[in-house]
Write a protein that binds this ligand. Structure first.
Ligand code: NAP
Length: 241
């Protein structure tokens, strides 16, 4: 099992649940500083925990890093793409390089990893991929349109890839969650229907077991966002983050 974004709160909760008896690879920046994460996964029952240096923004390195993991550890069962940044919307509205950096991490780098991993898993004939979309990308809001647009792009890409993988033996699970109370949203007032890394992880594990292509967390957000789609733009533009 490979976690890309080896310190992600949600990612680690998913891995902790699936750890017993598995070899876990945590891929992250500053991979020498993952002792606490490795220890927690060993306690959770992982048979081995390895770390790999991985900078999602450095897309030119993706193929080499991922192919080396596959060569060193053999077949890869589950790959979780949990890296991402929320970014500061205000700064992104004024600074094009910063806006581009958010979209690069949250969309472009994900596309690069998904394309590389899909090929590796196709060659194996099996495997499961998990990617994190967000309600922020279902109908993009004025209040966080930079992050939201990256998630919208990612959601569209992942939907298409899900269909492309149909029949290949490889499953892609798209996780659409609302506001998650945790490190990424620290200091922000929780949005309606806020959830927790625990609940998101439970939904991911359930989705992997059912071989689902999409899970919403919490589930109520699916009909809520279907209805919000019809709100007039004059109301929508005033929606909070
Ligand atoms: N939290 C929410 O409200 C929420 C809601 C919907 C969807 N999601 C999505 O769920 C996923 C996981 O989020 P989370 O709540 O677990 O966030 P988190 O705890 O902040 O974890 C995100 C991780 O991404 C890593 N990262 C960022 N840029 C990277 C890069 N260039 N290369 C390698 N790693 C990088 C960070 O690593 P460093 O330690 O190196 O900084 C951090 O550990 C993200 O895609 C997020 O957008 C989150």
């Amino acid at each position: 099992m490979l976690l890309l974004g080896g310190r992600s709160e949600i990612g680690l909760e998913v891995v902790r649940r699936l750890a017993p008896g598995r070899t876990v690879i945590l891929a992250a920046r500053r991979s020498g500083e993952l002792d606490a994460e490795c220890a927690a996964l060993a306690v959770a029952g992982a048979s081995a925990v390895h770390t790999v240096e991985f900078d999602a923004d450095d897309t030119a390195t993706h193929a080499a890093v991922l192919e080396k993991i596959s060569a060193d550890h053999g077949r890869i069962g589950i790959v979780i793409l949990a890296f991402g940044i929320l970014g500061q919307q205000g700064r992104a509205e004024r600074d094009p390089a910063y806006a581009t950096a958010i979209v690069h991490t949250d969309f472009v780098a994900q596309v690069s990893v998904l394309t590389t991993m899909a090929q590796l898993l196709r060659a194996q004939g099996e495997g499961q991929l998990v990617v994190f979309s967000s309600v922020a990308g279902r109908r993009v809001r004025r209040a966080n349109y930079v992050y939201g647009s990256a998630k919208a792009g990612l959601d569209g890409f992942a939907s298409g890839l899900t269909d492309a993988l149909h029949g290949s033996g490889v499953q892609l699970l798209v996780v659409v969650s609302g506001f998650v109370i945790g490190g990424m949203t620290a200091g922000m007032a929780p949005a309606p229907f806020a959830t927790t890394p625990d609940r998101v992880a439970d939904a991911v594990v359930g989705g992997l077991r059912r071989r689902a292509s999409r899970v919403w967390v919490p589930r109520i957000l699916r009909p809520v966002f279907a209805a919000l789609h019809f709100l007039p733009q004059s109301v929508w533009r005033r929606m909070p983050r």
